[in-house]
Design a protein around this ligand. Structure first.
Ligand SMILES: Nc1nc2c(ncn2[C@@H]2O[C@H](COP(=O)(O)OP(=O)(O)O)[C@@H](O)[C@H]2O)c(=O)[nH]1
Ligand SMILES: [Mg+2]
Length: 287
């Protein structure tokens, strides 16, 4: 599949993050809970290797709770602080803030060890991630809770402001933008299925068929799918994903003249339902 992604964007994004990361103590890496691997660009581990890090699995309301729990364990087993959130839930925003504050204490302990004198430092936090994972939502929600803006710090472009989260923590109000890594097997498709890539640039029918195949592989998701579109298990026994998509389109009245199914429309219906959680809480990657 051909996904347009211009190298120029990548270079710019990388330079932007490099410029800002020097000022940062704590990086909050936001991933999509449904696809923690495909929504991660590992370059952040390199760029932020000397920083303290928190992984936030966002959009947990759309992901499979059992898989999310396993992912949290996975990150924690790799010595990475990890929480799962739904950023429209104020309690989850509080959890992010509390976790940042805890992490600030770790930074403090490190600095005290190195500097060997007591002081009252400010820890600077960056929210980073690929497009559409929810960075701006999280920043805006944290900003609403902590509406004091701090004056500009040197070395940061004028548009960047710091949000005072507590007496020791400043959050940069502009997220660190990473690009999705599309080189990995199927990462681009999974990003499309979760709505992290604009579908205008994709072959909708192929993506939809791939999505249907993924769901049918897991009994639990297959049941959700059949239930959602009122399809009988026996009726799809001998059908491939394209035929199933056609059946779905027929059930949903996606028709063109002559009674044929409008496959583009059927693809759109399925993809919108999947990414918005209308089929159910579904994770596309498991640990
Ligand atoms: N269901 C759900 N949607 C979310 C959540 N967080 C963000 N979104 C939605 O995801 C989309 C992208 O969010 P945005 O903050 O603009 O992402 P950014 O590109 O990383 O800054 C928006 O439509 C948000 O409303 C979440 O926890 N759950
Ligand atoms: Mg944004």
């Amino acid at each position: 599949m051909n996904i347009n992604w211009y190298p120029g964007h990548m270079v710019k994004a990388q330079n932007d993050i490099k410029a800002v990361i020097k000022l940062i103590d704590i990086v909050v890496e936001v991933l999509d809970a449904r696809i923690p691997l495909s929504s991660k660009n590992p370059i952040i581990d390199d760029l932020a290797k000397d920083k303290h890090k928190i992984v936030v699995l966002n959009k947990k309301d759309l992901a499979d709770d059992i898989e999310t729990k396993k992912w949290i364990e996975y990150f924690q087993n790799n010595y990475t602080t990890c929480i799962a959130v739904n950023s429209s839930n104020p309690q989850d925003i509080k959890l992010i803030v509390d976790t940042i504050i805890l992490k600030g204490k770790e930074v403090y302990n490190d600095k005290i060890k190195n500097l060997n004198f007591n002081y009252n430092p400010i820890y600077r936090v960056l929210i980073a991630g690929i497009p559409n994972v929810g960075k701006s939502t999280i920043i805006n929600k944290i900003a609403n809770k902590n509406s004091v803006n701090v004056s500009n710090k040197p070395g940061v472009t004028k548009k960047n402001q710091w949000i005072r989260v507590n007496k020791n923590i400043d959050l940069l109000d502009t997220p660190g933008l990473l690009w999705p890594k599309l080189d990995d097997n199927n990462a681009g498709i999974k990003l499309a299925l979760t709505g992290n890539i604009k579908k205008e640039i994709l072959d909708l029918e192929s993506i939809a068929c791939y999505g249907i195949e993924m769901l049918l592989k897991t009994d639990k998701y297959k049941s959700m799918f059949l239930e959602k579109y009122k399809i009988n298990d026996e009726d799809i026994d001998s059908l491939d994903s394209y035929d199933i998509l056609e059946l779905l389109g027929r059930k949903r009245g996606c028709l063109i003249s002559g009674g044929n199914v409008d496959m583009q429309k059927a693809s759109n219906v399925f993809l919108e339902d999947l990414k918005s959680g209308k089929i159910g809480k579904i994770s596309l990657e498991n640990v």
